[in-house]
Design a protein around this ligand. Structure first.
Ligand code: AQP
Length: 333
């Protein structure tokens, strides 16, 4: 049986990219019977500047989005990373077998640290080691990853192999990347060459799962496009990244191929296509938003769900951590 581990950071509100690129497919995996661990990785979120006043609610909001998007917390383990102590403990153990040279080559670190590496935090540098700990702690067999996380997963595989070889054991499972059929890479509404992102400065660049119908319609209306009508095939969208992005979003929300969407809208201009896309986006997202709002109005219920999830996650994680420490030769009481 597949054991899946996947997580999101409570850095801000989730957006349509997080939904179509990850969450929607998590629900499919859960419904196909995989054993799923879905985390809200708050320890990762503090590797960038953040507001301690908001972290708890941001964490609850991500959990609410998971549930509203279809994760069944009685079926999948929905947990907060910091509530399972094994994550940070395992990270230290794995840090002792991670090479600085490899961490320095991580593209995400290079992007996020920018030019001023001297001032980049150790947490940001060691982020991939914590991610390896997240995965190996559950002996996850499969990790759904986007392009940007492939390099980190490869590192987790290398760390697992180093541990097994060094200690002559077959302890850690080599996690496989799980390529999600139907996962969609959603691009910014302001620039079709950039991915839709929580941390992009302009809120007009993304549709948040917390946006109401008017806001969604306004953002789609203002989305960057070009003056050409829509073609009848995907190839003709080459060189038109914004048009391709809107068609891709429509197709993903409607669970149709882009070809089918283009057959439907061939020859139409964006003044026809955008209202149709708004209507579809609102009809798909409104039930999620309203369920999220309901859950956020009952924080005690979210906290109950998260406490149960932490228990379930810990029941798997704690023995793996102990076994790892035993292999490494630690004293135990
Ligand atoms: N634009 C996107 N299209 C498709 N999938 C996306 N994901 C993120 N953006 C898109 C997927 O969402 C999951 C959770 O991501 P994360 O919380 O770890 O943060 P991220 O990947 O760094 O996403 P953001 O929104 O860009 O956050 P910030 O701005 O905080 O860095 C992952 O599975 C990711 O692939």
């Amino acid at each position: 049986m597949k054991r899946i581990l996947s997580c999101m950071q409570p850095t801000s509100h989730l957006h349509l990219g997080n939904y179509l690129g990850a969450l929607k497919n998590w629900v499919k995996l859960q419904d196909e019977g995989a054993e799923c661990f879905y985390g809200v990785v708050d320890l990762h979120a503090i590797t960038a500047s953040y507001d301690p006043e908001q972290l708890k609610d941001a964490t609850r909001e991500i959990a609410a989005a998971y549930i509203a998007g279809g994760v069944n917390p009685y079926n999948s383990a929905l947990f907060v990373q910091s509530a399972v102590p094994g994550h940070s403990q395992m990270m230290w153990l794995l840090a002792t077998m991670s090479q600085m040279g490899k961490l320095e080559r991580m593209t995400q670190y290079k992007d996020k640290a920018g030019k001023d590496k001297e001032r980049a935090g150790l947490g940001l540098f060691a982020y991939p080691v914590l991610m390896a700990a997240d995965i190996l702690l559950y002996k996850a067999t499969h990790v759904p990853v986007g392009e940007d996380q492939k390099q980190h997963l490869e590192l987790a595989r290398e760390i697992a192999a180093t541990f097994n070889t060094r200690h002559k054991v077959d302890h850690f499972v080599q996690p496989e990347p799980y390529i999600m059929g139907g996962a969609t890479r959603v691009m910014s509404l302001r620039d079709g060459s950039q991915k839709m992102s929580k941390s992009a400065e302009s809120d007009l660049s993304r549709i948040n799962l917390t946006d109401d119908a008017d806001t969604i319609a306004k953002k789609i209306k203002k989305a960057k496009t070009d003056p050409e009508p829509l073609p009848d095939n995907v190839k003709d969208l080459e060189g038109r990244p914004e048009a391709l992005n809107l068609v891709t979003i429509y197709a993903s929300l409607a669970d149709k191929s882009r070809e089918k969407v283009l057959k439907q809208f061939a020859g139409k201009s964006f003044s026809d296509f955008k209202p149709a896309l708004s209507e579809l986006a609102v009809s798909k997202l409104a039930p999620i938003t309203s369920r999220m709002n309901e859950l956020m109005n009952d924080k005690a219920e979210i906290d109950r769900i998260l406490a149960k999830g932490a228990e379930r996650a810990n029941a798997v994680a704690a023995p793996v951590l102990q076994e790892t420490m035993d292999i490494m030769g630690f004293w135990k009481k």
